[in-house]
Design a binder for this molecule. Structure first.
Ligand code: NAG
Ligand code: NAG
Ligand code: NAG
Ligand code: NAG
Ligand code: NAG
Ligand code: NAG
Ligand code: NAG
Ligand code: NAG
Length: 392
């Protein structure tokens, strides 16, 4: 279609150009007269030919250019044809989109109408509000004018008083609240006290009951105690009886024990003893717990062999008439443990020296007395020695 359109353009153009050439009045053809060709005519013809040649060349050039353009146009048209298919599709899509857009537009239009209605109503309301604002402004202005007036002062005072009253009310409310909480607390205290009193009463009841029970228990206990005391008395008597019996037995044993302890008194043989001879004690006057044999050895040799371990009280008295400086040595196992001195200064004088000594003796310890120098020892009741075993 584009192709034929191009031809339709070109052909009229060509004819127009030719036509233009024919219609040009400056190039009017010479009238066909029988007159000879004048110079003027010749020049005109020549010019015409030249002009015509130039025109043809021009036309040829133009034709060539047009051909080139035609080719280019054809190419362009072909390209356009191809692209137009794509464009057609694109356009179709666009058309679809456009339809959608149009429907959306319609929808928007509808919404827009609704919005317009709303805006209208808002505008109306706004106007009313504006009117109201104006009224308010007017009132405020009149109020502001009132400020200077006494009425306003009164209003302010009233407001101030109201403020003060409100503060006071707040304070009162606070006090009331604190009072209320205090009352609540007191109430709680009271309830607690009541509960306590209740529980105390209950406790008291229980205690009284318990006391009652205890009283019964006490009389019961008293009774039992009496029985117990009786039983204890009996026990005590039994114990006493037993102890007494034991004591009696023990006492008997002790007496027996005591009688077993060594206790004897033996008196010396009256004679003059020379140095380093033992004084003999053959005269036994008292004897407990000592064998006869031991005492007979003592009497015969003057040596006493201890029969039993123990603490012994040894006492004696000895009389001499030896003048001057004499003494007796008391030996235990050949060691002197005591000296007994005499110092008779004149003739026919006598002296008794005594001794009391405690000695712990082991069994088989031997004891004997020897004068340091020759001396007479009176016998019988004048010179005696006693052993008393105090402990076992
Ligand atoms: C473009 O699309 C229309 C409608 O679908 C069709 O009639 C027409 O022939 C198409 N043109 C081309 C050049 O494809
Ligand atoms: C607003 O006030 C003007 C003048 O006071 C009045 O003419 C108009 O009707 C009022 N508008 C409304 C909506 O009340
Ligand atoms: C409100 O009262 C207080 C004390 O009663 C006073 O100091 C204050 O100036 C008053 N204010 C006005 C606006 O009267
Ligand atoms: C008074 O105190 C109570 C408890 O705090 C509160 O609920 C009430 O709003 C107060 N009233 C006033 C007038 O302050
Ligand atoms: C006596 O007291 C004991 C414990 O103290 C109790 O077990 C017993 O029930 C009481 N008896 C009476 C009769 O209250
Ligand atoms: C204790 O001894 C006394 C007197 O000998 C006797 O009357 C009493 O029954 C004895 N008591 C006991 C519990 O043996
Ligand atoms: C004698 O008494 C002692 C203790 O003093 C004792 O050990 C010993 O058994 C008693 N002897 C007799 C026969 O009772
Ligand atoms: C004491 O002497 C006797 C006889 O010599 C002896 O049998 C005994 O073992 C001696 N006892 C002690 C404790 O020395």
């Amino acid at each position: 279609m584009g192709f034929s359109w191009v031809f339709a353009v070109i052909i009229p153009y060509v004819f127009l150009v030719c036509d233009g050439f024919l219609l040009d009045d400056r190039n009017k053809p010479a009238t066909t007269s029988r007159s000879l060709l004048t110079d003027e005519n010749y020049n005109a013809l020549f010019n015409l030919i030249v002009h015509e040649r130039q025109s043809r060349a021009k036309l040829e050039q133009q034709l060539a250019r047009i051909e080139r353009e035609l080719t280019a146009t054809q190419q362009g048209v072909t390209d356009i044809y191809h692209t137009s298919t794509d464009n057609n599709n694109t356009l179709e899509n666009q058309a679809k989109i456009w339809n959608e857009i149009r429907s959306e537009c319609n929808h928007l239009n509808t919404e827009n109408d609704l919005l317009k209605l709303k805006v209208d109503s808002i505008e109306k309301k706004h106007t009313v509000l504006e009117n109201y604002t104006k009224v308010l402004e007017h009132e405020v202005a009149s109020l502001q004018q009132l400020k200077g007036v006494k009425d306003l002062q009164t209003v302010m005072n009233v407001r101030n008083e109201t403020k003060v009253l409100r503060e006071e009310l707040k304070l009162t409310n606070n006090s009331l609240n604190s009072l209320r909480s205090e009352a609540e607390a007191r109430k709680q205290d009271f309830v607690a006290l009541l509960n306590k009193a209740d529980s105390t009463e209950r406790n008291l009841e229980i205690t009284v009951k318990a006391l009652h029970n205890n009283m019964n228990n006490v009389s019961e206990t008293q009774h039992q105690t009496k029985l117990e005391i009786k039983r204890m008395e009996n026990d005590m008597q039994m114990y006493q009886n037993r102890t007494f019996k034991n004591l009696q037995e023990n006492l008997g044993l002790e007496i027996h024990n005591m009688s077993n302890r060594a206790a004897f008194t033996a008196c010396a043989k009256d004679q003059t003893y020379s140095t380093a001879t033992s004084i003999l004690f053959p005269d036994v006057q008292t004897r407990f717990g000592v064998s006869n044999s031991a005492l007979s050895v003592f009497g015969g040799s003057g040596k006493y062999t201890c029969g039993e371990d123990g603490l012994y009280l040894i006492s004696g008295f000895f009389m001499t008439d030896a003048t001057g400086y004499v003494y007796l040595n008391f030996y235990k196992n050949s060691i002197i443990f005591e000296r007994i001195y005499f110092s008779v200064t004149t003739g026919h004088s006598y002296q008794t020296s005594t001794t009391v000594i405690l000695q712990y003796l082991n069994k088989n310890d031997t004891l004997h007395l020897q004068p340091y120098s020759t001396m007479r020892v009176f016998g019988s009741s004048y010179s005696c020695i006693s052993f008393l075993q105090l402990t076992n």
